[in-house]
Design a protein around this ligand. Structure first.
Ligand SMILES: NC(=O)c1ccc[n+]([C@@H]2O[C@H](COP(=O)([O-])OP(=O)(O)OC[C@H]3O[C@@H](n4cnc5c(N)ncnc54)[C@H](OP(=O)(O)O)[C@@H]3O)[C@@H](O)[C@H]2O)c1
Length: 313
């Protein structure tokens, strides 16, 4: 007999959401995944009564909460909206799941390196205390704390922190750089990129693989409540931009590239302060999942090839 695993995915049209939908695992005959992936029009997380109703009706074995208010700078002007989506909605999900026992649904809450302030200069371990610098990070940290408090003792929640997510689709640094590199090359201008913020670029498809792996493994064994996942290696935004430029030129995505120059954060002020060093220590998660990411340069190559293939279509 085939067991059905019901999975509710939020944020299905976002970078990670699209990668998750594209990679629903085939678990063979034993289990089939019934994925319900409503977009914002079908399930708006700011409508908490609707959110609660949807969970009670669908009775998920898992909720993957990949939806978030991710506009880091805009969040400084809209803290209530960011708080509603990033903290209150996950809390409501956890409350409904905690009260449900048939099935005893679990939550995979996606979170961010921006819950840390980046001041320690070494990678952050999963158990380190959050100390966010801006509204986005603060609301994500509140969401983490709420779901862990409600579901942690029943071991029905995992918070998966990640960093610098990008994909061939959506709004992200890689696609923004491609646009700016093209523009600047055409007008003979240089492109200045911040060189004193360091993190790990992470491809949405690798992250999606880690998410599905958590669901599969958790049904058989214990996993830590807080997990960290990013692609291997570290880079500044400047390093990442240079790699995007060079590889895009090689692939023929760009015909020419402008000079890319490193600048300090002080020359590119933004409404939200960002951590200067937000590497996540992923050692334990990789070991538990028995899953090892590729280096960010290799992942970038794959993403750029997908961008190229899409441009040809
Ligand atoms: N992007 C990064 O660099 C980064 C880094 C670290 C962690 N993360 C975390 O990773 C997760 C996935 O991020 P992502 O990069 O995939 O983000 P994304 O591309 O911005 O997607 C976010 C998704 O959330 C949806 N959403 C926003 N407000 C909503 C609401 N009120 N109701 C329903 N849906 C709503 C968006 O809907 P629309 O499609 O309608 O806009 C979108 O589909 C998030 O938890 C984020 O905090 C991201």
């Amino acid at each position: 007999m085939t067991a059905i695993r019901r999975v509710l995915l939020t944020g299905a049209r976002g970078q990670l959401g699209r990668a998750l939908v594209a990679a629903v695992p085939d678990l063979g005959d034993a289990t089939s995944t019934d994925l319900y992936a409503p977009d914002r029009r079908e399930l708006d997380l700011t409508d908490l009564p609707q959110l609660r109703r949807t969970l009670r009706d669908f009775r998920p074995h898992w909720v993957i909460n990949a939806a978030a208010y991710t506009a880091v700078d805009q969040a400084e002007q809209e803290p209530e909206q960011a708080f509603l989506v990033n903290a209150q909605a996950p809390r409501a999900m956890a409350e409904v799941l905690a009260a449900m026992d048939q099935p005893a649904g679990r939550l995979l809450q996606i979170s961010t390196d921006f819950v840390f302030d980046g001041a320690q200069g070494t990678p952050y371990g999963p158990e380190q205390s959050a100390r966010p610098l801006g509204v986005y990070g603060a609301t994500k940290a509140e969401g983490e704390a709420a779901v862990l408090a409600l579901l942690g003792s029943q071991q029905r929640v995992h918070v998966l922190r990640t960093s610098w997510v990008y994909a061939p689709w959506g709004r992200n640094f890689c696609l923004t750089m491609l646009r700016l590199l093209k523009q600047r090359a055409a007008t003979g201008q240089t492109l200045n990129v911040v060189a004193d913020q360091v993190g790990s670029p992470t491809s949405a498809s690798g992250l999606a693989g880690a998410c599905w792996r958590i669901l599969e493994l958790r049904e058989q064994q214990h996993l830590p409540a807080i997990l960290h996942w990013s692609d291997a290696g570290a880079a500044s935004w400047y390093d990442f931009a240079v790699a995007i430029a060079e590889r895009s030129l090689e692939l023929g995505l760009l015909e020419q590239i402008p000079a890319v120059l490193p600048i300090p954060t002080s020359l590119y002020p933004t409404p939200a302060q960002r951590p200067s060093y937000s590497l996540l220590d992923c050692t334990e998660t990789r070991r538990c999942l028995d899953l090892y990411p590729c280096h960010w340069r290799k992942a970038l190559d794959t993403v750029l090839q997908q961008v190229q293939a899409a441009a040809r279509m």
